[in-house]
Write a protein that binds this ligand. Structure first.
Ligand code: ADP
Length: 365
């Protein structure tokens, strides 16, 4: 048999309590109290989907009682019974979220019954929503763990394959097979970089923001050496203007540097005789401003609003290896750090990404 819904009714007039109980006891599990102290005692022992209180009571008013009940019973739905003269109190209580409904005195059974029905429906939908949110959170966490473990389990064999392919470069007698090994190398490197981006995506979503002193020059030079910039035939300029130390999230800033710089290398125009990349970094006590400009293939205006979307790639980029995930992670990482990113580009001329990040030095020190 379905359990009856528990309702608490508190009123200092005993005949109201008796009449309430006799009218509703068949349908609900009714608990009554004729003063606030007894009401609080019942609240300590039971969970009530609906709490009803009369406004005019000595010592503690109905609104005060309902407000107190919110502390330990935030999910209950609260109903106030009150006279016309208290209308201002009612409006204020509704606006402050202390009550969901009110009934005028003297209450009539039908109206009160409808109001209680309404409160129970509200309580049930609130509980359902809460349950769904918990389930969604669990599913989300499981998905994140799943992605993380897959990414790691895939990445380590990929690294081994790349190591073995590297060995073949120095082995005698494999000259004929070299083009095939180079192809394998290229594809595996691409797969490895995709998996690494998945890990970045996961970590960016999961980890709390770190706030520490960052050696910007070291971080950017580390990224450039990781991307083998020096070995590429590109005229590369790095200008750093720093008037203050910079505090921020080194992991997320690393994601931004790595993706924007690797894109400026990847989307170079093979037709151009002098491929150029220029990085300007301006660090003040308030902010870090990063500008990465290239004279590569550029991006058509119609794509500019979409390139930050997950898996979005332009037609021009399809000839290059890519996954359309990098700029999405960059945008998310910048959002986490409280900054912003903009892009200006002209097809065949080049692209400029500008990033502005707050220097957390101001807030933290
Ligand atoms: P991808 O893995 O395809 O490079 P991104 O999310 O990093 O994915 O970039 C999305 C798209 O934005 C790319 O496919 C490319 O079309 C365009 N794009 C990004 N950076 C540049 C750039 N510096 N020059 C030209 N096009 C770019």
């Amino acid at each position: 048999m379905k359990e009856k819904v528990k309702i608490l009714y508190i009123d200092d007039e005993k005949q109201n309590l008796t009449s309430f109980k006799s009218n509703f006891k068949t349908e609900y599990n009714v608990f009554t109290a004729n003063n606030a102290a007894d009401g609080f005692k019942l609240l300590m022992e039971h969970e009530f989907p609906v709490i009803i209180a009369d406004q005019r009571m000595p010592l503690v008013s109905g609104v005060e009682f309902l407000e107190q009940s919110m502390i330990d019973h935030p999910d209950s739905i609260r109903l106030l019974i009150t006279g016309y003269s208290d209308i201002n109190t009612v409006v204020e209580a509704i606006n402050r979220g202390q009550i969901s409904k009110y009934i005028q005195k003297p209450w009539d059974i039908e109206k009160l019954s409808m109001a209680i029905d309404h409160c129970i429906t509200l309580y049930n939908s609130k509980s359902e929503l809460k349950q769904k949110n918990i389930e969604l959170q669990v599913a989300n966490e499981e998905l994140n763990k799943f992605i993380y473990s897959i990414s790691h389990d895939i990445r380590s064999p990929l690294t081994s394959i790349l190591g073995i392919i590297n060995l073949t470069q120095i082995m005698p007698g494999l000259n004929e097979a070299k083009p095939y090994f180079d192809m394998i190398n290229e594809r595996v490197t691409h797969l490895d970089s995709f998996v690494k981006k998945l890990i970045d995506y996961y970590k960016n979503n999961r980890s709390e923001e770190i706030n520490e002193l960052i050696d910007i020059e070291k971080l950017i030079k580390g990224t450039m050496s990781f991307l083998n910039i020096e070995e590429k035939n590109i005229d590369f300029k790095l200008n750093i203007m720093q008037t203050s130390s910079f505090y921020g999230d080194p992991y997320r800033l690393g994601i931004v540097f790595e993706n924007l710089i690797s894109n400026s290398v990847k989307y170079q125009d093979p037709e151009k005789t002098k491929p150029t990349i220029e990085i300007d970094l301006n660090i003040s006590p308030q902010k870090l401003e990063l500008k990465i400009s290239d004279n590569g293939i550029g991006i058509e205006e119609k794509h500019l609003n979409s390139i930050f979307k997950l898996f979005y790639r332009t037609e021009d980029s399809l000839k290059k290896t890519g996954s359309g995930i990098g700029l999405y992670i960059v945008k998310e990482a910048i959002k986490h750090m409280g900054g912003q990113i903009t892009v200006l580009s002209e097809i065949n001329l080049g692209t400029v990404f500008t990033v502005i990040l707050p220097n957390k030095l101001i807030n933290e020190k």
